[in-house]
Design a binder for this molecule. Sequence first.
Ligand code: PA5
Length: 471
Amino acid sequence: MSSAASSVSLDVNGFFSHMIGSYGLDGHDLERIEARLAAALAHLDAKRLAGDLPFYDLPYDDDAIAACKGLAAELRAEFDTLIVLGIGGSALGTKAVLEGVPAASLAAGMRVVVADNIDPATFSRLLGGGPGGVDLSRTAFNVISKSGGTAETLAQFLIARERLLAHPAVGAARWARHIVVTTDPARGPLRALAAAEGFRSLPVPPGVGGRFSVLTSVGLLPLAAAGVDIEALCAGARHADTLCSLSDPRANPAALHAGLLFLALREKGCAVHVLMPYSDGLLRLAEWYAQLWAESLGKAHALDGSVVETGQTPVRALGATDQHSQVQLYVEGPRDKVVTFVRVDEHDGELTIPGAYPDKEEIAYLSGLRMGDLLNMEQRATELALAESGRPTSVLTIGRSDARSIGYLFHFFEVQTLVMGALLGIDPLDQPGVEAGKRLTYGMAGRAGYAADAQRVQSMLARKRDDLVLG
Ligand code: PA5
């Protein structure tokens, strides 16, 4: 795919034998997978038309975009800081955009902090008034949970609530004004609390799972509050949709990439997919992608109930930093990886390396190079080094790291994930393994209704042998 309008391109040469020799795929491999890809696309299209895949249409939801912009403007008028309380799909997309867009584009917004972990050291520092902390009287909290019952998010909410109630400038009269809830429109504990306490709230549309929800109010409210151009974000996703809904798999970038990743997994033993942006700001996008790919595809059972224990392990790496850490393994280690680079044509804050030491050849060659161009040369060099050692790669190139490009990549990766799910024959929209861990946590924490899970914890811990615990 390549288009001036999107300024996003996908180069898949690195999968094929003309680039990587005998370890690569050839035209026949592509032909073999083509009919399956076309069937997967037709299946997704039918589900979309039936309303079963509402994430596809999120970037067209002008009402939701307007509601988020309106509430964001209210929050900006009342507060300086917005703290997002949420985890997994309720946090990672927002973080990806906040770090991926040019810093200057956030200047018009309020400070938005995503608190997506329950490490008390981090959370107490954030809520304290010291360096890096916030002034609670000028801080709102966006409590985001699709289910409304996630322990981490509710724990954060309870601590924030107590601090607000105890604050002399907030207290019982004002604390509810500091809370905005984003959750299921009808169900769950947070929805009930929002009604009972009179919190402002936004809905997460039914049928949109956490990791597909960045373009709902989950991401759009905090991003609008931060000053991100959420219309450009959605425009990028809409543009991706025009290409990623094409029925011809060779023209559809999400389908083609999914098909090649599937062949790499099944026929070349590439159990690991590395996403390696050459941009500090896009490392969070790789984290968002890691959740999407891992949680959607890592499944024990196929749709027919058979045991498949499938998936492809996502790894996030950062260029050029990880050239000096991971790339040795990628070039010479086990042939179990496919690497996708994200390359940025025009870097924000570009710098020119000054000329100096003209008589020292080992230094002088850098003079006059743009730093971003050097970064891009490093990307190309890593790609070609991998090709020379017969390792598959692909390259996503974006014109700039901005809201539009990131919106494009969100949609592209989401469709790619659904196509891969169809090829693997699993349900990419559920996450039974995550639910299992949640139940055990509830059991340990003494939640009513989870006594059997508490017992499972006890009986498993009782199996531990002391001689295997050292120190
Ligand atoms: O993608 C998912 O469904 C998960 O990662 C959820 O986003 C995560 O578990 C948090 O769930 P919730 O939004 O219900 O609090």
